[in-house]
Design a protein around this ligand. Sequence first.
Ligand SMILES: Cc1cc2nc3c(=O)[nH]c(=O)nc-3n(C[C@H](O)[C@H](O)[C@H](O)COP(=O)(O)O)c2cc1C
Length: 179
Amino acid sequence: MARFATWIAAVVAVVGMTVASAKTLVAYYSWSPDGNTRFVAQVIAEATGADLLELKLEKDYSTDYDVCVKQAKADWLSKARPALAVKCENIAEYDTIFVGSPNWWGTIAPPLLTFLCSYDFTGKKVIPFFTHGGGGMQKCEEDVKKAIPKANLVFAKTWWGTFVKMKKEEIIAWAKSVK
Ligand SMILES: Cc1cc2nc3c(=O)[nH]c(=O)nc-3n(C[C@H](O)[C@H](O)[C@H](O)COP(=O)(O)O)c2cc1C
């Protein structure tokens, strides 16, 4: 009986530790004044009880759209990984990570690439989400996969930025279904 009680206590401790460590993070970059990707990130975090991490750059892209478009293209062509002003010290605690970005030039914005290349995502469940300006997914999902091939990548989704604020219920349902 005493041995059984010890065994039960051990099981309870392990389950408790697993539940306590099963944390979710939403890491995202958003540039435009509309904050389309930020909106999706905030809705996901609220729906899933996740922590939020905004991927701010040490030196952000120009606030001028035309300049930003040129800077972003140059960065992508040179495979730049612009330095982030934020760090995720406790990434080991997260077993599920939503990663979000606007679609820039048909792929992910460079700040998300920096984030993906900065940490070990081996075995973690990674759920990418994007917003776009009419181009849809293009190479966004594919390029996340290339950056973190050892992650367990699932359920990428993209929303048209212009309409995303009308899609709150859809985002909540999606986030709960994939988490
Ligand atoms: C530099 C730049 C490049 C973009 N390239 C694309 C593109 O290739 N395809 C597309 O559908 N939208 C493109 N867009 C539009 C954004 O993906 C869209 O407006 C997005 O919702 C913005 O998200 P944010 O508010 O979080 O920055 C681009 C926007 C910028 C600023």
